[in-house]
Write a protein of this length. Structure first.
Lengths: 303, 230
């Protein structure tokens, strides 16, 4: 048994990084909609012109980010996943994409971090929704140490970046790469693990002869990385995502357009709303993405 | 040089044909005319200057008045009107700021101009720029959209006094605004006035007030649209 290590929440890494970024880069403007705003009270007092809390007004938060970007600033908008992506989705489409401006959107809550609050606080469709718009970089860190470098890189740019933070983490941080990282090589198939599902994927495949790829940046999708892995193994592809099942299936189809292959897409369920409270581990199981369910699905797929 | 009605009407005709009724019904023409002729500090030479004034046409449907004015002021060649609505033309029924020189925001979906202006005003203030104004044109029907009201509250609380909203009111909001639109702004800490939207002098006076720490709303009343629900 390994010693318990105290882990830092991804959310706290985001807060600490923002505090430093606002202090050191006058381009950066942080816009919140009450969620996490208390963590920035001191920062807001020191930089009232660049740290703005708009109250519970998420539509305005996104559009203000667009207006800020029109002046050359680097806006960061932050709240809980459903209120960042789903509620103001038209604002993302029109006030960021259609204005041809950038922003960094940072969510907390993942697909279902706050289970006691039920469906209203879940947003497993966020990445699939953003997939309907061009030009988004989507980052899904699986370890808190991956958060700061991803955020720093996003802040330095002027493009559209979605940084999806979660309570769920895996145990070892993986060196930052925009491409898929090869963690294991095998011959029976290729399993892509996105962000915080990694531990479950590694446990599920521990006795399988498969290649395991890890992604903390899932858009743009690493087409070349997948093709290379599939070229060195049987063309059986499994993608495990911590959000809506099959979100990356079109990307796999595009990457392997001329390669006969099979795909098993795993993630949160599309066929029903899981109307239940409980713990994250319960929901991992209900969605079939805990280690035991993954082992069963992947074994069945490879047979 | 002041723009003439003849020039604007000529460009209008290139888009909509020689239809005097449509010209007369262009509820936003007078406001846009006064803004570009006498109020806004922006020109083709200063369109990329961070200290320029910005005009955000939030009510993106019916951009013909803006297009005509931008052509009259030299932002683009009036020959562009010959391509109106054709494949490859920059000119569509909703304006796209990435395509049309002088257009500051892309609009068409209602209720996004004021919050975009709030973001822009915050950005300009963060840079210490007190000079540039952000003028937004909305319609009274557009005022129905809830997104306006989020932004109006924020602008009032943050005291963004370089923002001016012109609400062109042709009584087209289906459920109406009992008590008037100006009151909704005043409640949120704006300075508001209601003027004759066809009077260039009244518009000019309302649009050139000195800032006093509050954002400003000018309700420009124009004749009701034919077939309006109210």
């Amino acid at each position: 048994m390994t010693a318990q290590v105290t882990r830092t929440l991804m959310r706290n890494v985001f807060i600490d990084t923002m505090i430093d970024a606002v202090a050191t880069d006058t381009r950066v403007v942080l816009v919140t909609a009450d969620i996490s705003s208390w963590s920035f009270d001191e920062l807001r007092a020191e930089y009232p012109e660049r740290v703005i809390n708009v109250g519970i007004r998420e539509q305005a938060m996104i559009t203000i980010a667009g207006g800020l970007s029109l002046t050359g600033h680097r806006p960061v908008a932050h709240t809980y996943t459903p209120f960042l992506i789903e509620r103001p989705f038209e604002q993302i489409k029109i006030c960021l994409n259609h204005q041809d401006v950038g922003a960094v959107l940072v969510s907390i809550g993942g697909s279902y971090d706050d289970l006691p609050r039920g469906r209203t606080h879940q947003a497993p469709g966020d990445v699939a929704l953003l997939d309907t718009l061009p030009g988004w970089t989507v980052q899904v860190p699986g370890h808190e140490d991956e958060v700061e470098p991803l955020l720093r890189k996003a802040l330095a740019g002027d493009d559209r970046v979605y940084l999806r933070l979660s309570d769920k983490v895996h145990s070892e941080s993986i060196p930052l790469s925009e491409k898929f990282t090869v963690l294991r090589q095998g011959s029976a198939g290729v399993v892509v693990a996105v962000g915080p599902v990694l531990d479950d994927v590694l446990a599920a495949t521990s006795t399988m002869d498969v290649t395991v790829l890890y992604a903390s940046t899932i858009r743009p999708f690493d087409h070349a990385g997948l093709r290379a892995a599939v070229g060195a193994a049987a063309p059986n592809v499994v993608v495990v995502e911590p959000y809506l099942r099959g979100t990356s299936a079109p990307e796999v189809a595009e990457a392997l357009a001329d390669v006969p292959h099979r795909l098993r897409a795993l993630g949160t369920r599309r066929d029903q709303e899981v109307r239940a409270y409980g713990k994250a581990a319960d929901h991992d199981r209900l969605h079939g993405i805990d280690a035991a369910s993954l082992a069963e699905s992947i074994t069945g797929f490879l047979c | 040089m002041h723009t003439t009605e003849e020039t604007l009407q000529g460009y209008f005709g290139k888009m909509l044909g020689d239809n005097k009724h449509l010209w007369a019904a262009a509820s936003t023409m007078d406001t846009i005319w006064v803004l570009y002729d006498r109020v806004l500090n922006v020109s083709p030479e200063t369109i990329d200057d961070p200290d320029r004034d910005r005009f955000y046409l939030s009510k993106g449907h019916g951009p013909m008045a803006l297009y005509a004015m931008l052509a009259a002021k030299g932002f683009f060649d009036p020959k562009m009107f010959d391509t109106w609505l054709q494949l490859g033309s920059p000119l569509g029924m909703h304006p796209d700021h990435t395509l049309v020189p002088g257009v500051e925001i892309s609009s068409g979906s209602l209720g996004h101009g004021i919050p975009l202006a709030v973001g822009t005003a915050i950005g300009l203030r963060a840079e210490g720029r007190r000079k540039p104004r952000v003028v937004v044109l909305i319609g009274d029907g557009e005022f129905d959209e809830g997104s306006n009201h989020e932004a109006i509250s924020i602008a009032g609380r943050l005291g963004l006094d370089r923002i001016t909203v012109v609400a062109v009111d042709n009584s087209s909001a289906s459920l109406g605004w009992p008590g008037g639109i100006a009151k909704r702004f005043e409640m949120e800490g704006w300075q508001a006035s209601t003027v004759d939207g066809n009077s260039h002098e009244e518009l000019y006076e309302a649009l050139t007030q000195e800032p006093d720490g509050r954002p400003r709303a000018v309700v420009a009343k124009v004749r009701p649209k034919e077939g309006s629900a109210v």
